[in-house]
Design a binder for this molecule. Structure first.
Ligand SMILES: Cc1cc2nc3c(=O)[nH]c(=O)nc-3n(C[C@H](O)[C@H](O)[C@H](O)COP(=O)(O)O)c2cc1C
Length: 385
């Protein structure tokens, strides 16, 4: 395979005062392995260290809940207490030690909170889960009393004071992310969680100034960004994950995304992390079939129309495909999720595939030195890497 010495995917990029060694990002991925009080375990340490050794420029933690009721499951990680900072700082330190910029994602799960772990069914918790596993259900909240799916619990509509409290919780979470030493922050505004449900006309039926018109529906998201920016340092980049389109007709559209991105840009969001769907339990393929890079067109459109930096994500598995996304100007960052679970060294392997064996020098020497030697032997023997 011909090598591209100038692979754009491998070029460093600086956003505010943070320099990313390349454009490859590990997308936030919940592990459902936290303690009941929202703290990480050895699993998270191994998982994130392993990914950092794998050569990504930026790694996001899984969604960290800003309050206990904002968790999806009893195994989610949290950032609602000062005592949660120290164990998260250990994770950030491990990621940085192995060369990745450490990033954190913060979230409130809204009406999709209080569910079983995926492998227990991913359905709303009931008293049966409490009897079986000690997982007690809790009441969920949302902008309006509309269930995420037929048969799911109806969330309680947040009052204005409660909305204010969640904004304070987002701000406090951003402060703790800073105190833990993370260098990038992603606000989870996608996938049907609390912020997304304010944006979409399908989940927001409020008749106060948080509902109805576009300007009202985006109010909460803008307030979250302001709250987070008030605690997140001006020299550090802020990412925002958005569901750029809803998965049902009559919902949030790509034009809405472009309009919101412009507002975000003015308020200090640096990178739009372009995802989609999730308002309801199962995403459908009605709007965008699930093909490799299915969400790239959203990142491309936002980048072109707003001049904002974007991140593309979704079924990206091939190094040349990832390279083309950056080289063709569709996105500034490429995030991989499940592929990194399959192959934690995907970023480092992509670098070698795109730019040749010299790239083994960028691996930690405990691996890279040997692999470079092996590469020479294979080459001499006329064998492929
Ligand atoms: C195990 C798992 C956990 C996930 N957890 C999160 C999460 O905490 N926050 C988030 O924004 N997305 C989450 N996602 C979505 C991924 O970040 C990503 O957007 C999605 O998997 C599509 O990318 P992929 O095709 O490369 O996996 C999760 C995905 C997986 C597979």
């Amino acid at each position: 395979m011909a090598h591209t010495q100038q692979a754009r995917l491998l070029e460093p990029i600086a956003v505010r005062d943070v320099r990313f060694p390349n454009r490859i990002v590990i997308s936030p991925m919940q592990q459902y392995a936290g303690t009941r009080d929202g703290r990480p375990t050895d699993w998270h340490h191994v998982h994130l260290s392993k990914l950092a050794i794998g050569g990504a420029g930026l790694i996001f933690t899984e969604a960290l809940a800003i309050c206990p009721e904002g968790r999806l499951t009893w195994s989610d990680l949290g950032i609602w207490l000062d005592e949660q900072v120290e164990p998260l700082a250990r994770l950030a330190g491990a990621m940085a030690q192995y060369g990745a910029v450490p990033g954190a994602q913060i979230n409130h799960a809204g009406r999709k909170a209080s569910v079983q772990r995926p492998w227990d069914g991913f359905e709303p918790l009931t008293e049966a889960d409490f009897a079986k596993r000690g997982d007690r259900p809790w009441p969920t909240v949302a902008p309006s009393p509309l269930a995420a799916n037929p048969g799911w619990p109806i969330p309680r509509a947040l009052g204005r004071d409660e909305i204010r409290r969640t904004l304070d919780q987002f701000a406090a979470a951003a402060r703790r992310v800073r105190q833990a030493g993370f260098q990038a922050l992603d606000v989870h505004g996608a996938h049907g969680y609390l912020i997304h449900t304010f944006l979409s006309p399908l989940s927001n039926a409020r008749d106060d100034d948080y509902g109805g018109t576009f300007a009202n529906r985006i109010r909460y998201a803008l307030e979250v960004v302001d709250a987070v920016r008030s605690e997140w340092p001006a020299d550090k980049p802020l990412f925002y994950r958005l569901s750029c389109v809803d998965d049902s007709e009559g919902g949030w559209t790509l034009d809405d995304t472009v309009a919101l991105a412009r507002e975000f840009g003015r308020r200090g969001v640096d990178v739009l992390d372009c995802s989609s769907g999730g308002l309801h339990k199962r995403t459908t393929t009605a709007i965008m079939p699930r093909i490799p890079g299915y969400q790239v067109p959203y990142a491309e459109r936002v980048r072109r129309d707003t001049g904002m930096l974007t991140m593309a994500v979704g079924l990206i598995r091939d190094a040349r495909h990832a390279e083309s996304i950056v080289a063709e100007g569709s996105a500034d960052f490429v995030a991989i999720g499940r592929e990194a679970l399959y192959n934690p060294h995907w970023p480092a392997q992509a670098a070698v595939a795109l730019a040749g064996p010299e790239r083994f020098d960028a691996w930690p020497p405990a691996y890279g030195w040997w692999l470079k030697m092996r590469d020479r032997v294979l080459l001499r023997s006329g064998l492929a890497r």
